[in-house]
Design a binder for this molecule. Structure first.
Ligand code: ZN
Length: 292
């Protein structure tokens, strides 16, 4: 039988190559090994407007000013379903991870030469969403001045969550930066849930992933935590770089963005996800509708 072995090896090699290609096929396209399911909602927009590479990026941690009041963020499956202790007493787990992720994104972005910084409100509970110290107010001012404001979130577990993706800001037509983040994480429709508080103020919401399963386990395990956070930060920063003018010029793959399927309208955006100040919890008091 020895003489047949070479042929067997060739066939095995061909099958292995074919199998490798098949592994990238659509069945896995909406699931990421690290961050889990991506948003399957329709992308009814295309980010065409270019931003200068010098655009200042402000990173915010979702729910950083709404602990203990409506819209504190998801507690995560480990705590809410598994009975685990919160990562930090008095703080929803989502905020814990939002803070770590936002800070890692800013540190890495600064290393890469981006004009990027983090804003953390001085108080963890600010009842009035329009108080000048809130994420909303600081992010809105930043966006109005021409910068890009991005609020980091983890989505709700279970059926309340949609998955990873970008909810684009609404104060101007979508940009290449929005397009790049949606390509890396997944898209949410414009006017998701009729326009959440942050996007209406010009702040993009980036849902990293649902706080459950492998993603949450990777974050909670001290042995894998730093690697997971760094991998997520790398994905965010790379998307930011590609989305800015400089990245576009050096990345020939970008024209492929135009091939992104445009908006097959499939409006199921009224399901109750955690766009931020919502999730399984009640939303903020009436003064602040449109929690995310
Ligand atoms: Zn959130």
């Amino acid at each position: 039988m020895k003489r047949f072995r070479p042929l067997a090896f060739v066939l095995t090699g061909v099958l292995a190559i074919a199998g490798g290609a098949a592994a990238q096929a659509p069945p896995l396209a909406n699931f990421d090994p690290l961050t889990g399911p991506r948003s399957r909602l329709s992308k009814n927009w295309r980010g065409l407007a270019e931003l200068p590479s010098s655009t200042e990026i402000l990173v915010l941690a979702g729910h950083a000013d709404s602990q203990g009041i409506g819209g504190a963020g998801t507690g995560g499956a480990a705590v809410d379903l598994g009975g685990a202790a919160p990562m930090q007493p008095g703080m929803r787990d989502e905020l814990y991870w939002n803070l770590l992720t936002a800070q890692a994104v800013v540190a890495l972005g600064q290393q890469r030469g981006l004009a990027i910084r983090f804003y953390d409100p001085p108080l963890r509970s600010i009842a009035d969403g329009d108080d000048p110290r809130t994420n909303w107010s600081v992010g809105k001012a930043h966006a109005q001045a021409g910068g890009y404001a991005l609020e980091i979130h983890y989505d709700a577990y279970g059926p309340d969550g949609v998955g990873s993706g970008l909810i684009p800001p609404l104060h101007r037509p979508p940009t290449r930066l929005d397009e790049s983040l949606a390509l890396a994480f997944g898209p949410y429709p414009l006017l998701f849930r009729d326009g959440l508080g942050a996007p209406k103020r010009g702040i993009g919401i980036l849902e990293i992933g649902k706080l459950e399963g492998q993603l949450e386990a990777s974050l909670r395990d001290p042995r894998s935590r730093n690697g997971a956070i760094q991998a997520i930060a790398e994905r965010v920063v790379s998307a930011l770089q590609r989305g800015l003018e400089q990245g576009l010029k050096s990345a020939p793959a970008i024209p492929g963005l135009a091939a992104t399927p445009p908006a097959t309208s499939n409006p199921s955006p009224n399901s109750p996800p955690d766009g931020g100040r919502s999730g399984p919890q009640a939303s903020r008091p009436q003064a602040n509708p449109g929690d995310e």
